[in-house]
Structure formats: structure tokens, C-alpha cells
Design a protein around this ligand. Structure first.
Ligand code: ATP
Ligand code: MG
Ligand code: MG
Length: 369
């Protein structure tokens, strides 16, 4: 059988491994967290990401992919030349650093929020005024789920935010007056074949994705998103799968918010919509297996289950029994201990038509804190 190495052992690695099995692919995951063993249906290399023996084991796989973008570049340096790493170091250098990402997106012809690069004290002066007086300061590296970001409305707030974030390299983005947020996955084989996922509409709460919805009735936005995704995939030499997050402006134009070099939380709904899942698509794209699009045949939605502490400090639990009893639901758990704000699982919902989906989604949301 073929083997696929994965850098990382979180829920994305879990779901990639689950999708790989029926394709006849064995997964080897490098993940230092010993707790990950319970969630991975894979050979678990429980060592640091830069461990030479662990990396040597990955180098024996047919290909290596990743489930998070903050992989140490030393690990990639070791692997490159020994095994195909998809996506590779070049694409990762763009997507793991917000300033380079925005520059790379613009070079590929994609629109982004207006931004200023903040790397030294002297970059602060005048930056906010140039962006219309309000913005979001984001660390260039390591942020996720809204961590490492501060909204600012004055120069004093900007200075305080930069201090608070540790005076590390940042980008200051102008506030985008978006009407909604959408995302789209694109896969590309080493030989240049392209395939796309569904255009998904996303709602965030406190910087964390809450719900994703796919109804299929979004032809214009989907065509635009595909065109941008194709241009970026080709400009950045994508091999494997990546996901673009977009802001939709009032006139319908899409700006790229950020790019994840992998499957994405908003694509989890493809697990249960009746077609190929984003996870199977990533496995196929990385290993060069025949590739097809992964738009679900049915309207589908997803609600994240995020850790919420009650007033007494105890975990607030979703009403699992009622969720199970709602038609068309499927529960997915990540085998993670409860922590406030941590993604612990998600529930997918499938319905015969968009209207039924929306009404059942409202019911489902009431059952999840
Ligand atoms: P993720 O978990 O998606 O990686 P992240 O920490 O990288 O999150 P972003 O995607 O940059 O964060 O921002 C989180 C959310 O904050 C966005 O989905 C959007 O709702 C809001 N947001 C971010 N940047 C802007 C902006 N420039 N203008 C308006 N809203 C924004
Ligand atoms: Mg991000
Ligand atoms: Mg994001």
C-alpha cells in the first residue's frame, strides 16, 4: 500500500487518516503531543517536529503533507529532496506569514484588504490614517482562531496593541466592510490538474468559525472564487490542496482574507454531503491519484462545537441526544479535553433542499452552546 506522511496530529490529521484508509493509503503522523494517539487512526510518531528519526520515517513515505502551517522550516528542509512535500516550502513561506501572503496574493492579481507592514516602532506613525482610521493589527505569524489580533481605532490604541502583541512583526489591515465571508478549496496535482471544492458561506463568532453553509445556489460568487483560486494556485505553484478565505464586498467583489495550505474547517461539511470529502481530495491530490471536484450533491451545513465554560466554571455541553435526533445530523468528535474556546468537534447537517437546511440549522444551533 501507499503511505502518506502528515506533519501534525490534530483533528485535520485525524480526518485525513480516516479518509485515506478506504483509498488503500496508510498514514504516518508526526505529532509530539502524546494525547494525539487517541485521535489518530495512523502510525503515530510521538516526537518533536524536528526529530531526525521521526523525519527519516516520514521521508520513507510516498509523499508528505501537513495539517498546520506553522511547521518548522527545518523539518521541511530535511524532507525536501528526500520525499515529495505537498504543498512545498515555497507555498508555505507565503501562507505562514501574513505580510508575504498579502504581497503574494496581490502579485497573483488577487484583491486583499489594504494593509501596512509593521515591523518597527517607526512603521506605526501614519499607518492607521492611511487605512481610514480603523483597522485590525495581526501578528504576521502563528495566529489562528482570532488569536494574535487587536481591533484599533486610534494611534494610541495601535501603539498599545503593538506592545500587547509583543512588538513582533505584524500587518495592520484596514477594516473591510464585507457583506459576508465565503471560502473555497482548490487542489492541484504535480502535473497541473485542478479541482475545486464548494463555495461555502461562513459565520464567525469571537474570531472563531461558528457555522458554514453550502446551498449550491451561488454560481456567480463561485465562478469568481474559482478564478482567483486558480490564479493563486498557479502563481504559487500549488501541489496538494489549499483553501482561500474571502470577504465579499457590497458590490459582489471578492477580496482574499487569508490562505490555508490545507483542508479547512469550512470544508468539513463535505464529509456528509454525499460526495467526495475535502480530506479524500487532499489525499488524492498529494499522492497524484485521479482528482475530481468535491462539491456536495446535497445542501449541507456545519456547526463547530467549541469549549464553553458555564458560570460555575464547568463545561457547557451540547444537547447530544437532541442533536442525534435531528434529521440529517452527523457528529464528529476530536478526542480533545475541554478548554474554553477550543474546537472539540463539529456537527454536519444535510437536508434535501436549502430551505429545510436553513430551518434545521437554526434548530441545531440552539442545541450547541
Ligand atoms: P483562522 O482560524 O481562520 O486562521 P485567524 O486567526 O487567521 O483565523 P483571520 O481569518 O485573519 O484570523 O480573522 C478572523 C476573522 O476576523 C475573519 O474571519 C473576519 O470575520 C474578521 N476579520 C479579519 N480581518 C478583517 C478585516 N481586515 N476586516 C474586517 N474583518 C476582519
Ligand atoms: Mg488564519
Ligand atoms: Mg481566517
Amino acid at each position: 500500500p501507499r503511505t502518506l506522511g502528515i506533519l501534525g496530529g490534530g483533528q485535520l490529521a485525524q480526518m485525513l487518516a480516516l479518509a485515506a484508509i478506504p483509498l488503500g493509503v496508510r498514514v504516518v503522523a508526526l505529532e509530539p503531543d502524546p494525547q494525539a494517539g487517541a485521535r489518530l487512526c495512523a502510525e503515530h510518531l510521538c516526537v518533536p517536529y524536528t526529530d531526525p528519526a521521526g523525519l527519516a520515517r516520514l521521508a520513507k513515505c510516498d509523499a508528505v503533507t501537513l495539517e498546520f502551517e506553522n511547521v518548522p522550516l527545518e523539518a521541511l528542509d530535511f524532507l525536501e529532496g528526500r520525499v515529495p512535500v505537498r504543498p512545498g516550502r515555497g507555498l508555505l513561506a507565503h501562507s505562514k506569514h501574513r505580510a508575504r501572503e498579502k504581497e503574494g496574493l496581490r502579485a497573483a492579481g488577487a484583491g486583499t484588504a489594504d494593509f501596512a507592514v509593521i515591523e518597527a516602532e517607526s512603521d506605526l506613525a501614519g499607518a492607521l490614517a492611511q487605512l481610514g482610521g480603523q483597522g485590525i493589527l495581526k501578528t504576521s505569524e502563528l495566529g489562528y482562531d482570532g488569536k494574535g489580533q487587536r481591533r484599533v481605532q486610534s494611534d494610541a490604541e495601535l501603539r498599545a496593541a503593538w506592545d500587547d502583541l509583543g512588538r513582533v512583526p505584524c500587518v495592520l489591515e484596514g477594516l473591510v466592510p464585507f457583506t459576508r465571508e465565503v471560502s473555497l478549496g482548490v487542489a492541484r496535482t504535480a502535473s497541473g490538474n485542478l479541482a475545486f471544492g464548494p463555495l461555502v458561506e461562513n459565520v464567525h463568532r469571537d474570531g472563531i468559525l461558528r457555522t458554514s453553509v453550502y446551498t449550491g445556489g451561488d454560481q456567480r460568487a463561485e465562478a469568481q472564487a474559482r478564478e482567483i483560486a486558480r490564479a493563486v494556485a498557479e502563481a504559487w505553484g500549488l501541489e496538494g490542496l489549499m483553501t482561500l478565505e474571502f470577504f465579499e464586498l457590497p458590490g459582489g467583489e471578492l477580496l482574499v482574507n487569508e490562505v490555508a495550505p490545507r483542508v479547512h474547517n469550512s470544508g468539513h461539511l463535505t464529509q456528509d454531503g454525499g460526495g467526495v470529502s475535502q480530506f479524500a481530495a487532499q489525499v488524492r491530490a498529494v499522492l497524484g491519484l485521479p482528482l475530481q471536484g468535491w462539491k456536495p450533491p446535497l445542501p449541507t451545513a456545519m456547526v463547530n462545537v467549541v469549549g464553553v465554560d458555564g458560570l460555575d466554571g464547568q463545561a457547557l455541553e451540547p444537547d447530544w441526544g437532541a442533536i442525534d435526533a435531528l434529521p440529517g445530523t452527523q457528529i464528529h468528535l476530536y478526542h480533545k479535553a475541554h478548554r474554553q474556546g477550543r474546537k472539540l468537534g463539529h456537527v454536519n447537517l444535510t437536508a434535501p433542499d436549502a430551505e429545510t437546511l436553513r430551518s434545521r440549522l437554526a434548530e441545531l444551533e440552539r442545541l450547541i452552546p
